[in-house]
Design a protein around this ligand. Structure first.
Ligand code: PRP
Ligand code: ADE
Length: 179
């Protein structure tokens, strides 16, 4: 059942060589998002993992922008709130920010300082882990706010880039691994 869902999701991810820059094999989730059965399969698998692994979650935090496709629907299924971790310059009020490198460039992430109270429990969600630069920056950013990071979730892990190593000691759960 779960394996069948994983197979369906994998069938709906397509590859684009040399996008957005030479040498990068881009994994495009658009066909999965277009197929309601595959999209639901991804949400179902993430939801059951979270329910089996964690309790007393305060928030799901999503990474700008593809983490916003999965985080809010998971938060609704779990009955918790959703937090925005955005690319720099998008959030009003007092913020914390952090710069980082990713597979094909660099950027800066930002969160509102009042997003969490110290000790609140957060799960961070994104579509894909490549080098882990983005997810690691998100973890460090939430740590600045003294959030308790329970877990980091992605649909796709590009294992050969060793993002899990870069993320340590923060944990990672991925639905699909590409070697
Ligand atoms: C992509 C992807 C992850 C990140 C992974 O986002 O959605 O957030 O790269 O790469 P890393 O593990 O090497 O850091 P991107 O910055 O392209 O932004 P987008 O979600 O707005 O497309
Ligand atoms: N983000 C970073 N690397 C990526 C890749 N290879 N495919 C899709 N999104 C990415």
């Amino acid at each position: 059942e779960d394996e069948q869902k994983r197979r369906l999701i994998r069938e709906r991810i397509r590859d684009f060589p040399d996008f957005p820059s030479p040498g990068v094999l881009f994994r495009d989730i658009s066909p999965m998002l277009k197929d309601p059965v595959a999209f639901k399969a991804a949400i179902d698998l993430l939801e059951s993992y979270i329910k089996a692994s964690h309790k007393n979650i305060d928030y799901i935090a999503g990474l700008d922008s593809r983490g916003f496709l999965f985080g809010p629907v998971l938060a609704q299924r779990l009955g918790v709130g959703f937090l925005l971790i955005r690319k720099k310059g998008k959030l009003p009020g007092a913020t914390e920010s952090i710069s980082y490198a990713l597979e094909y460039g660099k950027a800066e992430l930002e969160v509102q300082k009042d997003a969490v109270k110290p000790g609140q429990k957060v799960i961070i969600v994104d579509d894909l882990l490549a080098t882990g630069g983005t997810m690691r920056a998100a973890c460090e950013l939430m740590t600045k706010l003294q959030a308790d990071i329970l877990d980091c979730l992605v649909l796709i892990e590009l294992s050969f880039l060793k993002g899990v190593e870069a993320l340590k000691p923060f944990p990672l759960y991925s639905l699909l691994q590409y070697h």
